[in-house]
Design a protein around this ligand. Sequence first.
Ligand SMILES: NC(=O)c1ccc[n+]([C@@H]2O[C@H](COP(=O)([O-])OP(=O)(O)OC[C@H]3O[C@@H](n4cnc5c(N)ncnc54)[C@H](OP(=O)(O)O)[C@@H]3O)[C@@H](O)[C@H]2O)c1
Length: 312
Amino acid sequence: MKAVIFNKKGSPEKLIYCEVDKPVPNDNEVLIKVHAVAANAADYRSMKMGIIPKRKIFGADIAGSVEFVGKNITNYKPGDEVMGDLSSFGFGGFAEYVTAPEKALIIKPAKILFEEGATLPMAASTALQALRDKGIIQKGQKVLIIGSSGGVGTFAVQLAKYFDAEVTGVCSSKNVQQTSSLGADYVIDYTKENFTNSDMRYNLILAINGNYPLSAYKKVLTPNGIYVMIGGSLSQIFKSLLFGWLMSFGSKKMRSLSAKANKNDLEFLAKLLEEGKIKPVIDQRYSLDKTADAMSYLSEGHSHGKVVIIME
Ligand SMILES: NC(=O)c1ccc[n+]([C@@H]2O[C@H](COP(=O)([O-])OP(=O)(O)OC[C@H]3O[C@@H](n4cnc5c(N)ncnc54)[C@H](OP(=O)(O)O)[C@@H]3O)[C@@H](O)[C@H]2O)c1
């Protein structure tokens, strides 16, 4: 089969499109013909840190059809359309075929396209877990989403509206219209305005991208507000991990999210998508042989929505 193999520790240009052996599922695995796979920061960050999957194939968020099932598989059969996050199961999605345990997968609703299904697992689950589990989002709350235009942010804006919050997105000029069209009540263009100087106070802040002092987030939180650190620059992540607990004294809370693949969450999100309550924003589509280009584009940090590899 064709696959994209990581060649050497370093940059996305080290990804090589080539012929490799088709994976063979064991008794507890499903063989999936991949139709679409979304690229994530987890792919290029693992690549940069030298955390390489066993088969040297990245790509976690897949949607495809079941080709073959191991003898202990009870929930899936050949022909089923599935989707899932394989980041805890060896990645392998930048390929024509991948194997996965059934616990990594859900049935893809027929109404959802493969490319749409591939956008959901990591990005939308991260947004959901940040808002619901870490942020304890409540109806009517004021929610500030910093980095509203990326893969995670575009879902976060829509999910926060689904939870009936009042949403303010932070993005650059070129994405203001997109954040508004996803339902944000207010949009702050970070190239023109610094939200940390504002008199507005927020019940919940999702720091998805950017790099601001923790004291600035704390300043714009309401007395019982919650700040959830999701991502951004490496220095932002380290600041939050190292000093976030110090800032949590008093009623304001500073929390970090480490999103986990969760079948129930993915089923919930797929249902929202099926019902038209959320919609994926696909910025770029690439063919499998152009995966290195896709990863380079994503790693620049300015995609507006998801980057998806579509199989021929
Ligand atoms: N904690 C977890 O479990 C978890 C899970 C998934 C992802 N993450 C992290 O979350 C982060 C975002 O992931 P993603 O998939 O959404 O990335 P992404 O799609 O690459 O995000 C790109 C977006 O970020 C925006 N952006 C860049 N700098 C910004 C700034 N200073 N202020 C506001 N927006 C800015 C860009 O908009 P402009 O072009 O307009 O600047 C672009 O639209 C990454 O750091 C990733 O590692 C964490």
